[in-house]
Design a protein around this ligand. Structure first.
Ligand SMILES: Cc1cc2nc3c(=O)[nH]c(=O)nc-3n(C[C@H](O)[C@H](O)[C@H](O)COP(=O)(O)OP(=O)(O)OC[C@H]3O[C@@H](n4cnc5c(N)ncnc54)[C@H](O)[C@@H]3O)c2cc1C
Length: 400
């Protein structure tokens, strides 16, 4: 976005070469609006899987969460489950095609003001040339913020991407979860396929307290599988495709908001500014909205400082709202508490089936609560066109 606006952009990245990491995430209508603005929505959608609702059932069969996108009242709208490598691939190829300068193998330690701008300080002791503006997009453990691992939550999760076939008994258009109180959660999210000739996959996840991870590594895999089966017997066909501990990656989650979202010649976007548990599935979408807000802010600002202030102003209320909502919701789904899941199942779930509440729930899930798009000159994209290009890919899988 910044490059297209005529800025000379240099991207510093710590890895040497990209490789697929992690598992699935959800692109919500909010994030899809940004991808559409970048003319990348169709490409991303062709790699993903259509998700029509989030369905969570507790151990005794009671529905704890039923959140269909249809309750938004927007024609044809849906969520998109996708492997994070697919999203990365589309964005990376677009950045390369724009001719951006991409410098890998550069681990940033900090930044400092210098005579002609702001410089980055790298792990090998070298410094970048001065830049007019440093955009910190280095994720929740940003060194520029100072201090790795702030705000780590007690619960993380084991994740695996598992190939599936057309005959497998899983719901193709649902993000499904099963809960035992709030201390155990198993879930399956369809995430499409990473390449035209690659199999369809689902992301499988199992919540786990951080402090139990080492113990889990020492537990025989079959004992763990029995525990999962006891909560969700239908997940057995996926468990059979997980053969070693190494097939699962443990993801830690952090809830934090940077003390200063911006400073002189510096602005933070995405997780470097604010990160949260993925319970509401918003992080990547918020990062996309921040990036769009930054480009727009700089475009409309008369000076760099005004551009930075604009970017912050147009995003900060939405960010604060979602940080608060995620902080409130996370203990309902990932905690050792007994009262919260009890209230979730007996009070909140029935309440959320009432029309206006169901609509607010759908707005929250889709990233549209607090009206973030109009402020950024964006609108929910045409989902019938997106669905049509997904269907076209399904019928001719050899065309990318
Ligand atoms: C298991 C899991 C599930 C999730 N599910 C969802 C979901 O369903 N929906 C959703 O929207 N979000 C989800 N999220 C959150 C989402 O992944 C993040 O919010 C999103 O990736 C943030 O994007 P970002 O670009 O700000 O940071 P990141 O994706 O963390 O990217 C940071 C980049 O900076 C690089 N970097 C880091 N440190 C340095 C350094 N010191 N020097 C140089 N480079 C550096 C990294 O290599 C990386 O390329 C999930 C997260 C997890 C862990």
């Amino acid at each position: 976005m910044l490059h297209r606006d005529g800025h000379r952009v240099t991207l510093y990245e710590r890895f040497e070469t990209p490789r697929p990491l992690g598992s699935g995430l959800m692109i919500q209508p909010s994030g899809m609006a940004v991808l559409d603005g970048l003319e990348l929505a169709h490409q991303v959608a062709r790699r993903g899987a259509r998700i029509d609702a989030l369905l969570g059932i507790e151990e005794h069969g009671r529905t704890a969460l039923d959140a269909p996108y249809a309750k938004l009242g927007i024609d044809g709208v849906f969520g998109l489950g996708i492997h994070r490598a697919s999203l990365f691939g589309v964005l990376f190829e677009a950045a390369q095609a724009e001719g951006l300068t991409i410098l890998t193998g550069h681990e940033v330690l900090s930044s400092e003001l210098c005579a002609a701008g702001r410089c980055l300080v790298f792990a090998d002791g070298s410094r970048s040339r001065p830049h007019d503006l440093i955009v910190d997009a280095s994720g929740w453990a940003s060194r520029i913020e100072g201090g790795e691992g702030q705000g780590l939550l007690p619960f993380g999760a084991l994740w695996a991407s598992v190939p599936v076939t057309g005959d497998d008994p899983h719901a193709r258009n649902l993000l499904e979860q099963r809960y035992r109180r709030a201390s155990q959660m198993v879930g399956v999210l369809p995430i499409g396929s990473r390449a035209d000739d690659a199999p369809q996959e689902v992301a499988f996840f199992w919540s786990l307290p951080r402090e139990d991870h080492t113990r889990w590594c020492d537990t025989p895999l079959d004992a763990w599988k029995d525990e999962v089966r006891a909560l969700w017997p239908q997940a057995d066909f996926l468990l059979e495709r997980i053969s070693t501990h190494d097939d699962l990656t443990f993801a830690r989650y952090a809830h934090r908001t940077a003390r200063k979202a911006h400073g002189e010649r510096l602005i933070r976007i995405g997780d470097a500014w604010h990160s949260a548990s993925p319970q509401l599935g918003q992080g990547a979408n918020m990062a996309l909205l921040d990036a769009w807000g930054l480009a727009l802010g700089l475009r409309e600002g008369r000076t760099l400082a005004e551009g930075i202030r604009n970017a912050n102003l147009w995003r900060r209320d939405h960010v604060a709202l979602y940080q608060a909502v995620t902080a409130a919701f996370t203990p309902l789904f990932q905690s050792d508490a007994a009262l919260w899941p009890w209230l979730r199942d007996r009070a909140m779930a029935p309440l959320s089936r009432l029309g206006p509440v169901a609509r607010v729930q759908a707005q929250l899930m889709s990233g549209l609560f607090g009206w973030p798009l109009p402020m950024l000159g964006l609108d929910v994209p045409d989902y019938s066109a997106i669905a049509a290009s997904m269907a076209a890919r399904a019928s001719s899988p050899d065309q990318s």
